[in-house]
Design a protein around this ligand. Structure first.
Ligand code: SF4
Length: 422
């Protein structure tokens, strides 16, 4: 997604017909989420101030966004007032898009027509889960089928659709989570946000938690499930634009948040976890197909990555490094930062066998656009013949792997003479 300049308006709880048990919107959006009426004049005034800031740097995609609440469920008169101001700015070319968040049961054809008539470009739907029991327990007040129809209707009129999913709601298991991500991926929204379910004060979920009737996910569980979901939907060509809530001063001070998997660096943890899972998948492939000497010598395994990916690959506080050392003691883990200017790297490269050297040199010399964002993910070893066949093309090869890599920069695993790209 291109870099954006966003003028956000928070409309917490406005238009929500039921109180979802986990939600206390004003607490989530922090101090900016004060309840107050918003009018078209407010939008104009705020935009004028924002434009002077935006104009001071190169132009990016500019957007007015109405977050929180259920925008399209609000009275049409109010929507026309605030959207009228936004549309006027869009018609004048001052902004490029308008976005709102809403519920799947608040996008009837009539409601969609109003949004389109007033220049809406993106609608973000709080879907949370596609498991009917979870939706009932969370008192969402809509079904998964309604969510699917909402996505279909919005896409049919050319609106960009984002979907929000919550991992760890009451009744959640790996099975329900996989069901949700696979189902939502089939709907092909433009993007997804994945949030972990937190226990926030003054919510029904907080009462359940106090009564011992709800146990939130641990931080590790939440990061593991979110990473798995992120990798899966990315493999289906859908961007995940956020994992975890934005840090607010109140959360960081521990206020209002009673329990649950909250960490300011949750998004980073998820990316670390994606790498951990991917390394482990490659390892399982290797272990199934090739033998290792479990008794006498440790098998040397090299993980080769570029400098900008060092912390993602090795993990926060080297968590991935520590994990693999403990979990796979039959391997000698060597973490190598690839830098063609580094003597250490060059001398390590020249210590490898000719075959391994040839493979690694070849992939590391590939233009960045071919190695970084071509959507490939190999879970089978790369062969020399793969390159000779595809010399001048992106090496998006059919390596017999069901996962495609999207958005993660490359990491290479070299085990004996087998080279994997992740
Ligand atoms: S619909 Fe969204 S904003 Fe409204 S109560 Fe539910 S989760 Fe909160």
């Amino acid at each position: 997604m291109a870099k954006q300049d966003i003028l956000p308006f928070f409309i917490p709880h406005w238009g929500c017909p039921e109180g979802c048990i986990f939600c206390n919107q004003p607490k989530i959006v922090g101090k900016q989420g004060d309840y107050r009426p918003l009018s078209g004049a407010d939008v104009e005034e705020a935009l004028e101030k924002m434009l002077s800031m935006w104009d001071s740097h190169p132009r990016r995609y500019r957007e007015i966004a109405f977050y929180g609440g259920s925008f399209s469920a609000l009275p049409a008169k109010w929507q026309k007032d605030v959207l009228g101001a936004a549309k006027q700015a869009k018609d004048k070319g001052l902004i490029d898009g308008i976005r709102c968040s809403t519920r799947p049961d608040a996008v009837s054809q009539e409601q969609i027509d109003l949004l389109v008539a007033y220049g809406m470009t993106t609608v973000e739907l709080g879907v949370q889960s596609t498991d009917e029991r979870i939706l009932r327990l969370a008192k969402r007040g809509h079904t998964a089928q309604q969510a699917e129809e909402a996505v279909r209707r919005l896409k049919a009129v050319g609106l960009q659709v984002g979907v929000q999913l919550l991992v760890g709601l009451p009744g959640e298991s790996w099975q329900t989570w996989i069901h949700s991500i696979v189902t939502v991926a089939k709907w092909q929204p433009a993007y997804l946000r994945i949030y972990p379910c937190l226990v926030i004060d003054k919510t029904e979920l907080a009462d359940l938690w106090r009564a011992g009737l709800y146990e939130p996910l641990s931080l590790t569980e939440a990061a593991t499930m979110a990473a798995f979901g992120k990798t899966y939907v990315e493999s289906q060509g859908i961007q995940v634009i956020r994992t975890g809530l934005q840090a607010t001063e109140e959360f960081d001070a521990g206020l209002d948040l009673l329990a649950g998997p909250y960490a300011p660096a949750f998004g980073e943890m998820v990316v670390n976890e994606q790498y951990r899972q991917r390394i482990e998948w490659v390892l399982s492939d290797y272990l199934v197909n090739y033998s290792i000497d479990k008794v006498k010598n440790k098998t040397l395994i090299y993980l080769v990555y570029t400098r900008e990916n060092t912390s993602k690959v090795r993990g926060l506080k080297k968590a991935n490094e520590i994990y693999f050392k403990r979990a796979y003691p039959s391997f000698d883990w060597q973490w190598i930062e690839a830098d063609e200017k580094s003597r250490r790297f060059i001398s390590w490269l020249s210590s490898l066998s000719d075959k391994a050297q040839g493979l690694l040199t070849h992939v590391l010399q590939m233009p960045e656009e071919q190695t970084a964002d071509d959507g490939s993910f190999y879970c089978q070893p790369i062969k020399e013949s793969d390159f000779s066949k595809n010399k001048n093309r992106s090496h998006k090869l059919d390596a017999g792997c069901s996962f495609k890599r999207v958005g993660l920069a490359p990491l290479y695993l070299l085990i004996k003479d087998k080279l994997y790209m992740i």
